[in-house]
Design a protein around this ligand. Structure first.
Ligand SMILES: *Cc1c(COP(=O)(O)O)cnc(C)c1O
Length: 256
């Protein structure tokens, strides 16, 4: 595993962003792709407002967060920053759809019609729309969210019913592993699924985006066709502990 150094100052964020863009550029060169076809989504979960403001000053104009309440709180606190967009990349419960509808420009973890319906209702009421990606479980791990690949085609056919949701493509979290032989098939599965869906997706449903790859594996994801990479630690620095440690009772958090 790579050691991720923490960025605090604007200058440190400039450096980390430049490093990540250089890695994206090198991976694209390797794969014969245009770097303009890969969007970097910096992931700021657990990062303080003060540090996020420095990342903004260094050029970050969009941020991914995986917990809705944390994202909503940060959006409120930083609504003075012009042009800053928020993307929710973690599982959503229907009772929090209202929050997402209020502030997010993108939701990458759509995996149920109930959530689609709840979001659409709230968005319509606010006169807003939302870009969405359908989350796919490409690693067969029971613990992860997302639809199974074989469920996605039928699911996507239902989505035009929700007029305020603009479907853009698919998202996945690969297996957490240092072993390329285990990670790559997840990315390949997502790309192949997308390629099949390009034939069958209904009107109004776009399948251009493949959101896959994080700090440890985004070069591999780019090689396999990623158009969005979600990068946290390589920009902000190592998170101190797994997400479960941010709750007082790690066992209860693990069962959420
Ligand atoms: C935290 C997170 C990332 C980024 O992971 P890093 O290891 O920090 O790059 C990407 N996607 C999702 C869904 C996440 O929750």
């Amino acid at each position: 595993m790579m050691a991720y150094t923490t960025a605090n100052t604007i200058e440190e964020f400039r450096q980390h962003l430049a490093d990540v863009h250089a890695r994206i550029g090198a991976a694209c060169a390797e794969a014969g792709r245009d770097p303009a076809t890969v969007r970097l989504l910096p992931v700021s979960k657990t990062v303080s407002e003060e540090r996020i403001r420095n990342a903004y000053a260094a050029g970050c104009r969009e941020l991914g967060e995986n917990k809705v309440q944390e994202a909503h709180r940060k959006w409120r606190a930083m609504s003075d920053l012009p042009g800053l967009k928020w993307s929710v990349i973690g599982h959503l419960q229907t009772n929090k759809a209202k929050l997402v509808a209020e502030f997010a420009t993108e939701f990458q973890a759509l995996d149920s019609l109930r959530v689609a319906e709840a979001l659409d209702k709230r968005l319509q009421a606010l006169g807003r729309s939302l870009d969405v990606l359908v989350q796919v479980n490409t690693s067969d791990e029971a613990s992860k969210f997302g639809l199974l690949p074989r469920e996605v085609e039928a699911f996507v056919k239902q989505l035009p019913a929700f007029a305020s949701l603009h479907v853009r493509g698919l998202m996945t979290l690969a297996l957490f592993s240092d072993d390329v032989a285990k990670v790559r098939p997840c990315f390949v599965r997502l790309r192949e699924l997308r390629d099949r869906l390009l034939q069958s997706a209904p009107d109004g449903v776009a399948m251009d985006e493949l959101s896959m790859g994080m700090s440890g594996d985004f070069e591999l994801a780019i090689e396999e066709g990623a158009t969005i990479v979600r990068v946290g630690q390589a920009i902000f620095g190592a998170r101190k502990a797994p997400d479960s440690a941010y709750w007082p009772d790690a066992h209860a958090a693990g069962q959420r």
